[in-house]
Design a protein around this ligand. Structure first.
Ligand code: S3P
Length: 426
């Protein structure tokens, strides 16, 4: 589907309630499946990815029922059943990598499959550590489909070269079913929703900086209120900063410090952004964000900041085109292993719109401020975050643009277009 985007006649003004966090939604349904009894998940994400996790848990014998539009009730015996069908993870790397860890210690065999894009993404990063724990996983050259033959696992002390929440979560979930304790150390702290939620559900887990340690534990069923996704809010943050005269308030945004790298860099770039009404919901920080059109300057983004804004880098590239001077992104080579090669894709597509942007092996360099010309068709590469980033770029292009494959936004944010177009109609 081609979506045409036009520069809005007016500024963006008003309020947006940001829909549910994708990462937390995955964890809520997967962890609740392990808790004996009834759990309630309020504000569950309706994106295709979390729905894949829900379907996989259902295939493992867990009862799932929508109580109303957004609340899911999960009823489980606490013990998963051997599935009769392959477990289809769709486009979702989080579903596949977390489930691999979880299934490795069960007493049955299962097969995890995914769509074409997921079948090209690297799985060795999760197979390697849990194989050291005794997991028996067969892959096709390090890729899905994955045949997981449940085994007795032993805890390990694993030092990861990658700062990856999916790898960390896979190892910790395997650790829930392993003998002894399992310790995971990463070079920089990646998102810690797994640690927070497992603690909230009563697991024996301890964290200290970039280390986490888990022991086999029983999880309690709980009621979880999921906050809005800062990775979805990011598109509105950037739109508000670059569309002249905009002033918007984003409500109910998750503000876990392992995810707020975008707020730090916006402030560093001179963006007008304020946090309003911060509170804690189900163990996670939440608040409202006000963002206003701003004069911006370029900045350097590297090292420990990268895992704190990894999914926001495509839209940060758009932001950088509207900032004075150079923005340099380094140490982000893992962006090449996402739903698309996001370095190549974002550089190629923004260049078509008239941006001054260059690819580097581990990131990109943008020189601004450029007035984007547009008037061309760009490609989403079947990548939801690229499609939405290009939409935001389209809001400041002189001529309209066409985005091919826009329907991929449904993976994380089906409400995106209606919410953003409401802001220019007020
Ligand atoms: C995620 C972790 C990140 C992120 C992905 C979601 C998660 O991936 O890019 O969109 O929910 O754990 P990595 O762990 O591969 O960095």
């Amino acid at each position: 589907m081609i979506k045409f985007v036009l520069r809005p006649q007016k500024s963006l003004k008003g309020f947006v309630t940001i829909p549910s966090d994708k990462s937390i939604s995955h964890r809520a349904v997967i962890f609740s499946s392990l808790a004996e009894g009834t759990s309630v998940i309020n504000n569950f994400s309706k994106g295709a990815d979390p729905m894949s996790s829900l379907a996989v848990c259902k295939a493992l014998g867990v009862q799932t029922e929508f109580r109303d539009e957004n609340s899911v009730v999960i009823t489980s015996s606490g013990i998963l059943k051997k599935p009769c069908v392959p477990l289809d993870c769709g486009n979702s790397g989080t579903t596949m990598r977390l489930m691999t860890g979880l299934l490795a210690g069960q007493n049955f065999e299962s097969v995890l499959t995914g769509d074409e894009s997921l079948s090209k993404r690297p799985m060795k990063r999760v197979i390697e550590p849990i194989s050291l724990m005794g997991a028996n996983i067969q892959a096709v050259n390090g890729h899905a489909p994955l045949k997981v033959s449940g085994n007795k696992l032993c805890g390990i002390d694993y030092v990861s070269k990658l700062a990856s929440a999916q790898v960390k979560s896979c190892v910790l979930l395997a650790g829930l079913f392993a003998e002894g304790h399992t310790r995971f150390t990463e070079p920089y702290l990646s998102r810690n929703h797994t640690e927070i939620m497992l603690k909230y559900m009563g697991a024996d887990i301890k964290t200290d900086g970039c280390n986490s340690m888990i022991k086999p534990s029983k999880l309690n069923p709980v009621e979880i209120d999921i906050c809005g996704d800062i990775s979805s809010a990011a598109f509105f943050i950037v739109a508000g900063l670059i569309v002249p005269d905009s002033d918007i308030i984003l409500k109910n945004v998750g503000l876990n410090p392992t995810r707020t790298g975008i707020i730090d860099i916006v402030k560093r770039m001179g963006g007008r952004l304020q946090i309003l009404d911060e509170t804690v919901k189900s163990g996670e920080f939440v608040g409202d964000i006000r963002v206003q059109y701003s004069d911006l300057k370029g900045c350097k983004i590297e090292k420990d900041l990268i895992p704190r804004l990894i999914d926001e880098l495509p839209v940060i590239a758009v932001l950088a085109t509207q900032a004075q001077g150079e923005t340099i992104v380094k140490n982000a080579e893992d962006l090449r292993n996402k739903e698309s090669d996001r370095i190549k894709a974002v550089v190629g597509e923004l260049a078509k719109l008239g941006a001054n942007i260059k690819e580097t092996p581990d990131g990109f360099v943008v020189c601004g401020k450029t007035s984007l010309t547009g008037g061309v068709q760009v490609e989403s590469y079947h990548d939801h975050r690229l499609a939405m980033s290009l939409y935001v770029a389209g809001l400041v292009c002189e001529k309209s643009i066409g985005i091919n494959g826009f329907e991929w936004v449904d993976i994380s944010f089906p409400e995106f277009e209606s919410l953003i177009s409401n802001l220019s109609e007020i």
